[in-house]
Design a protein around this ligand. Structure first.
Ligand code: SAM
Length: 219
């Protein structure tokens, strides 16, 4: 029986790769990567020559049983996502749960995750928090979801795409009202920025300053 290694990779800055992650990616028989192009760049940076195979939301149905079979037959496989920790808002969680069902050993090489990095920098309370991933792209569903989160006492962390950011902040302004929130952008990258303020202030700021890059909201 092989082992599935769930390997966290940088969320922007390639220097955030751990020594153990590099060693494991060199030693395994195969790397299942959400984006093989990005994975090739990462592997090139660290002289990792292990074979890559794609594992993303479009081939998950076909690839999951294939990978579980290879693991059951003794192959050691590393799972990496686009960036950050596999399984957090990406297809990795499906392979992990199928391996657990098939009694394939699963272990993690921990490292960066955008959600935890944003929470850390947000200045919001961190003693208890809830991660909501991406809310629906449909405005009515998104607003309903925000209504449910309105009275949440724990800190909420969620992902949002740049082209929906202003609309989303306007929804926050209308539903959550005046409270301090944080918008984290391009964490660990050249244009890293954490803006803190009320939803209304941040909606106005990003209406003036076109949102570019990757975003996380914390409230
Ligand atoms: N598995 C990843 C993790 O552990 O961070 C998250 C994958 S999710 C598909 C991608 C989303 O994470 C982006 O749309 C963005 O909201 C957030 N994200 C990823 N990297 C980021 C960064 N460097 N700065 C801000 N947000 C980031």
């Amino acid at each position: 029986m092989g082992t599935l290694y769930v390997v966290s990779t940088p969320i922007g800055n390639l220097e955030d790769m751990s020594l153990r992650a590099i060693r494991v990616l060199k030693e395994v028989d195969l790397i299942a990567a959400e984006d093989t192009r990005r994975a090739s760049i990462l592997c090139g940076e660290y002289a990792i020559s292990t074979k890559l195979t794609s594992y993303h939301s479009y081939n998950i149905g076909k690839r999951t049983p294939e990978l579980v079979r290879m693991l059951s037959e003794g192959m050691n496989i590393a799972l990496i996502s686009d960036s950050g920790t596999p399984g957090i808002s990406d297809p990795g969680s499906v392979l992990i749960s199928e391996c657990i069902k098939a009694d394939v050993p699963v272990t993690a090489i921990p490292g960066p995750s955008a959600a935890i990095t944003a929470l850390t920098l947000s200045g919001r309370p961190t003693a208890s928090f809830v991660f909501e991933g991406f809310l629906s792209s449909k405005p009515s569903r998104r607003r309903k979801h925000l209504e449910k989160l309105k009275d949440e006492e724990r800190t909420v962390v969620l992902y949002e795409s740049p082209h929906r950011l202003v609309k989303f902040l306007e929804d926050c302004r209308d539903i959550l009202g005046e409270r301090q929130i944080a918008v984290a952008r391009e964490l660990t990258k050249k244009f890293e920025e954490v803006k803190r303020g009320t939803p209304g202030e941040l909606a106005a700021y990003f209406a003036e300053n076109k949102p570019r890059g990757e975003f996380i909201i914390v409230f």
